[in-house]
Design a protein around this ligand. Structure first.
Ligand code: CO
Ligand code: CO
Ligand code: CO
Length: 307
């Protein structure tokens, strides 16, 4: 599997029972604390393996850093943050590469394993599947708000907890045969990633915007006060091509397009599996487990959003 279905990672079959899952992800700092930045970058890089139903095996660090400005202590803290997430994921760090760069960037290339019969992909969604989201939305709006000094410490804590959380439950659900279509929600926002999934599966979707979970009540307030990152605005423009807004409110549209960092899994769940899936999500301490809509017939991949 390559880029044709816009999946979260590349998949290469080794034999009947095993396939490699390969992905790479990095970004500029989104929080001040270097250790937390490392944790978020680690959780985010690992997520694309989990979003394919795989388990991460090995990882390599990628860093670009202005060594004349950032002290070695801080650089170490970033690496330690990333390593702490690898440890939690039982994934082994096998190397990496650092260059000097005017702006800090950090992330990882991660390799995992998956059974070719137990993959979660964009192309397997079926009409009638329920859409389950495992993390609340709003990291894009909140991190922009942090830069502008508009966010309370309570909300900052919640957003950090959310971005640091591993999406490992994706592998558990895939291994039990409960989910075979889905993705994680990251830079293209919920609608962007759902749009790719719908196109790859030749289906459409209906979203109940009122069901969308937010990291905090401040998210709506921030959006209403025009605290919206550029990436999320771009996502909203792109979404106009495949979304029917119906009676959705303006702030809900922004929330659905908000660029997430280390966001949750968006899973397509057959109704007969829903209770089991919700139970496993609860046991895995998923940050939320909410049905936000469903997959419908629509060969052109239209998404309808209702208030
Ligand atoms: Co992804
Ligand atoms: Co990615
Ligand atoms: Co080298």
């Amino acid at each position: 599997m390559g880029a044709s279905t816009s999946d979260d990672a590349g998949v290469y079959r080794i034999d009947r029972n095993r396939a490699l899952v390969q992905t790479v992800d990095f970004f500029t700092p989104i929080v001040d604390d270097p250790f937390v930045y490392g944790q978020i970058a680690g959780a985010n890089a690992l997520s694309d393996v989990y979003a394919m139903g795989g388990r991460p095996l090995t990882a390599m660090n990628l860093m670009g850093i202005p060594t004349d400005v950032v002290p070695p202590k801080m650089i170490n803290a970033i690496f330690r943050g990333g390593a702490s997430k690898l440890k939690e994921a039982k994934c082994v760090l096998v190397g990496g590469h650092t260059i000097r760069n005017p702006e800090p960037v950090y992330g990882m290339a991660v390799t995992g394993l998956v059974s070719p019969r137990r993959l979660i992909t964009n192309a397997n969604a079926k009409p009638g599947d329920l859409l389950v989201l495992t993390k609340p939305l709003g990291t894009g709006v909140i991190t922009t708000g942090i830069k502008r000094g508009l966010v309370s410490s309570g909300t900052i804590k919640k957003a950090i907890r959310c971005m640091c959380h591993l999406n490992a439950v994706g592998a558990t659900l895939a291994e039990r045969g409960l989910v075979c279509a889905g993705t994680d929600v990251t830079g293209f926002g919920l609608l962007g990633h759902l749009g790719s999934l719908c196109r790859a599966s030749s289906v459409g979707a209906e979203i109940q915007a009122g069901q969308l979970p937010c990291i905090s009540n401040e998210v709506k307030e921030l959006i209403v006060n025009d605290c919206i990152p550029g990436g999320s605005r771009e996502n909203l423009k792109t979404a106009a091509e495949f979304v029917e807004w119906s009676n959705a409110m303006d702030w809900q549209k922004v929330l659905l397009a908000d660029a997430q960092t280390s966001g949750g899994l968006l899973l397509c769940v057959a109704p007969r599996h829903l209770n089991k899936v919700l139970k496993i999500l609860k046991e895995a301490r998923a940050l939320c487990a909410v049905v936000i809509g469903q997959i419908v017939r629509s060969p052109k991949g239209k998404i309808r959003v209702q208030r």
